[in-house]
Design a protein around this ligand. Sequence first.
Ligand code: CP
Length: 310
Amino acid sequence: HRHLLGIAGLQPWEIEFLLDEAEQWVDLNRQASKHDDRLAGLTLINAFFENSTRTLLSFEIAGKRLGADVVNMHAAQSSVKKGETLIDTAVTLNSMRADAIVIRHGSSGAVQLIADKVGCPVLNAGDGTHEHPTQALLDALTIRRRKGQIAGLRVAICGDILHSRVARSNMICLSTLGAEVRVAGPPALMPPAVESMGGTPCRSFAEALDGADVVMMLRLQNERMQGQFIPSPREFRHLYGLTDAKLALAKPDALVMHPGPMNRGIEIDSHIADNAERSAITDQVEMGVAMRMACLDVLTRRRRGVEGWA
Ligand code: CP
């Protein structure tokens, strides 16, 4: 079996293949009856060691729409709270003969550790500040559907880059697909190795926004701060928040994106987030279900005796 632990290492054709696979599920999800039973008899476990609304629910809905039996494990209500180790938890999930396991964890690398201990495909639903591959795939699907193609686009990723697994996965994904990815944020929230992930670090927000086709704003992740100096919320909005004046620097038809959850009025002004023409934020959530259906289908093909992906 093969896992989906990150975008790093995926070939452009593999990313395009997953995006193409998701299109059929976008169509199905817009019909009154949203059911396909190709995962009937399979058990999907969603093990979430960190909070989530979009990722957890969309994996649950994706599994159910494909006919799988879906079980959710919330770490806060599990034996993790009694001190059970991550590896013992993985071995326990494995013994229940899951056919796919989706994991979110607060530590970078934790999902890889679990993947090494289980006998089924593992999908990374976000590990620490490392990767969030299905988010990058759903973002790429959203951009491809709204802009027609990804190659040649200028994408600005702005905000708390340091703590963002979404920024990492998106830099790798969009640059692999041929986009120019410009990255900007407060100096204390810029990671050192942006170029190695396919991004171009910018000295100012204005430089990143200049002529952008897509503006992706990121959440200020207050829960992950470790003493970094960051501006106050008012200063942050002034310097790095997406306002009308700053959005005017991007192309007139620039698409506005945010993975959610948003800090409205800090990294993005509410009326921009809610502008149905400019903002693709609700599209991103819709694409998330279709993209996760595609990932679950493709990764369990070998198990189902269907021609596999790798
Ligand atoms: N975008 C995202 O991962 O959102 P959740 O934390 O709600 O899953």
